[in-house]
Design a protein around this ligand. Sequence first.
Ligand code: 8X3
Length: 268
Amino acid sequence: MSSTTASTSLAVVTGASSGIGAATARRLAAEGYEVVLTARREERVEALAEELRAAGHAAWARRLDVTDRADVDAFAASLDRCDVLVNNAGGAVGLEPVAEADPADWRAMYEVNVLGVLHLTQALLPRLVASGAGTVLVVSSTAGHGTYEGGGGYVAAKHGAHVLAQTLRLEIVDRPVRVIEIAPGMVRTEEFSLTRFRGDAERAAQVYEGVAEPLTAEDVADTVAWAVTRPPHVNVDLLVLRPRAQASNSKVHRGPVRTDAPGEARGR
Ligand code: 8X3
């Protein structure tokens, strides 16, 4: 598939059709990686790969369903090498409480957020080891580190992705492959909340209402690029990033930023 030379590192990005995945593909291309953009929506990744090629980057697109193991294996077999795997494909479906949630939604979230990562990682590990300095990166979520009402299925799945990364890091400590987890909090992308609320644009917009500056896909891509471009012996185990206005999964400031110093009212 690729025209990689011995000196060009190749990065595979899953879920590269929009949001964090697309921003990450752009950013890694700009950093000099040859990038392989994968997603179920082939026309989207093909358009982005074309755009990157027109800008002088080495970029390729491949339709890929990370939940389909045969598809993943065929994809892995088509690659000459792989230096970086960015497991970004994932997402949330629904915000129903545990008592009312549809098990099918939970299953779908487990399939893409956990088994998708497992499939790609298993299939590409031989290439990553052969690279001599491989990186497996998992874009998890702050949902992988704490729960919130209505988040159950997504939180359980993202905890699974976190545990996969942690466990793999233990198991391959003697191999030249590092395992990085980037856990973003509130990121305003065009699709995350729209998918969660099954296309209800009004509900999706409410998630970010009044929040001064939610993170952008580019903010996360910047962090991914920073972690990936550290020297190979430096492993950023886990990096949690949130917008300044979000102090925890359930504490978000909505409204203007206060400019009075804390304690000022009491004369301190
Ligand atoms: C997205 C963050 O708070 O919607 O991964 O779970 S949250």
